[in-house]
Design a protein around this ligand. Structure first.
Ligand SMILES: *Cc1c(COP(=O)(O)O)cnc(C)c1O
Length: 396
């Protein structure tokens, strides 16, 4: 077993070796620009990008013309949100989202509010679930867009996409989902789920960083989009700029690998996740799992360790790379806004750790990580006056 152990796959994943292999020629002899229509170098690059487009489309059940390549899920979210709100401005200036979304949705939403738009943020329950009736009630005549993530990047909770899609389709509003964590991990079918726009990112699914895609529905309804950057009119005018051919080839390969491994890989990773949870519960009293155990990403385990400071716990678990529950906020000592939104109190939120398992995680690594967590929590609790007092009271 090689140390340190990487259990932070919600932050990023390593490239699958087959992905790297597929990409390499496109840095070298196949360096052409897909926009070069006059020679074989360009045709070869274009063919490669189009094959990748088909692989990505197949992963989510759309047609390849509906895929726009971007620099990642952040850009895809921005294009989906700003692009539709600008295109449908005459319909209204209202969108609906949720308090547990990634910053790559919340920040464009805040920018839209600053520019005079209105956003309704749905709340969530203790498991991170929205209430579908609240979504129905929030939709009004000026509502253009509902954006709700497929699965949460901190607690793993999966939103009921098909139910949300039925509500939005019936109401005649667009439905965008940020599937950065879910694409390649969970089955997604944009037809069955009535999704109109979907963001995904290569580096969350064993592809390279800096490349992703936005699915934009072309039929029933045809989604209009105002581009956020102008240039050579690439990607049918929706996203100008020379295509990142090696990255796109890597994304395509990552998508086809993910599709092939999804069922077996999901089962294997869920079994390892459950093993980690059971071992931790077996070794430490009073631990809390966050998220919805029945509707969760199979690779996610978010746990709180009362009377322990999460930052100290991270430090104490040398050799095990995990995230505090507040991975994406710059102030490392702030409690995670996602956990707070679940109604978890500040102290408990600060005692939380997010484990993200991956395709190459082994039983041996899980056992090692569990032993490290248990030892670290025991050590830190031994120094905690709060633990002495409160845990003592529990057993008295
Ligand atoms: C990682 C992530 C993003 C950002 O994706 P990039 O490709 O890194 O820009 C957006 N949303 C969610 C849910 C994510 O997990």
């Amino acid at each position: 077993m090689k140390l340190p152990i990487y259990l932070d796959h919600h932050a990023t994943t390593p490239c699958d070796p087959a992905v790297v292999e597929a990409m390499l020629p496109y840095f070298g002899e196949r360096f052409g620009n897909p926009s070069s229509r006059s020679h074989a170098f360009g045709w070869e690059a274009e063919d490669a990008a189009e094959r990748a487009r088909e692989d990505v489309a197949r992963l989510i059940g759309c047609r390849s013309k509906e895929i726009v390549f971007t620099s990642g899920a952040t850009e895809s979210n921005n294009l989906a949100i700003h692009g539709t709100l600008a295109a449908y401005r005459s319909k209204g200036r209202h969108m609906i989202s949720c308090v547990t979304e990634h910053k790559a949705v919340l920040d464009p939403a805040a920018a839209f509010e600053k520019a005079g738009g209105e956003v309704t943020y749905l709340g969530v329950d203790r498991l991170g679930r929205i209430v579908l009736d609240e979504l129905k009630q929030a939709i009004r005549p000026g509502t253009v867009l509902v954006t709700l993530m497929t699965a949460n990047n901190e607690v793993g909770t999966i939103h009921p996409l098909a139910e949300i899609g039925s509500i939005t389709r019936e109401a005649g509003v667009l439905f965008h989902t940020d599937a950065a964590q879910a694409a390649g991990m969970l089955p997604i079918d944009v037809e069955a789920m009535k999704i109109d726009l979907l963001s995904l990112s290569a580096h969350k699914m064993y592809g390279p960083k800096g490349v992703g895609a936005l699915y934009v529905r072309r039929r029933n309804p045809r989604v209009r989009l105002v581009p956020i950057s102008q240039g050579g009119g690439h990607e049918r005018g929706r996203r100008s700029g020379t295509l990142n051919v090696p990255g796109i080839v890597g994304l395509g390969r990552a998508a086809s690998l993910a599709a092939k491994n999804m069922a077996a890989g999901g089962e294997k990773i869920a079994a390892l996740r459950n093993r980690l949870e059971e071992q931790i519960r077996g070794g430490i009293e009073s631990v809390v799992r966050n998220g919805d155990p029945d509707h969760s990403l199979p690779n996610n385990l978010n746990m709180s360790f009362p009377w322990v400071d999460g930052e100290s716990l991270l430090m104490a678990m040398e050799d095990v790379a995990v995230s505090p529950a507040s991975a994406c906020s710059s102030g490392a000592h702030e409690a995670s806004y996602v956990l707070l939104a679940l109604g978890i109190d500040d102290d408990l939120a600060r005692s939380s750790i997010r484990f993200g398992l991956g395709r190459y995680t082994t039983e041996e690594e899980i056992d090692y990580a569990a032993a490290k967590v248990i030892a670290a929590v025991e050590r830190l609790r031994a120094f905690s006056p709060m633990f002495e007092r409160e845990a003592g009271r529990e057993t008295a």
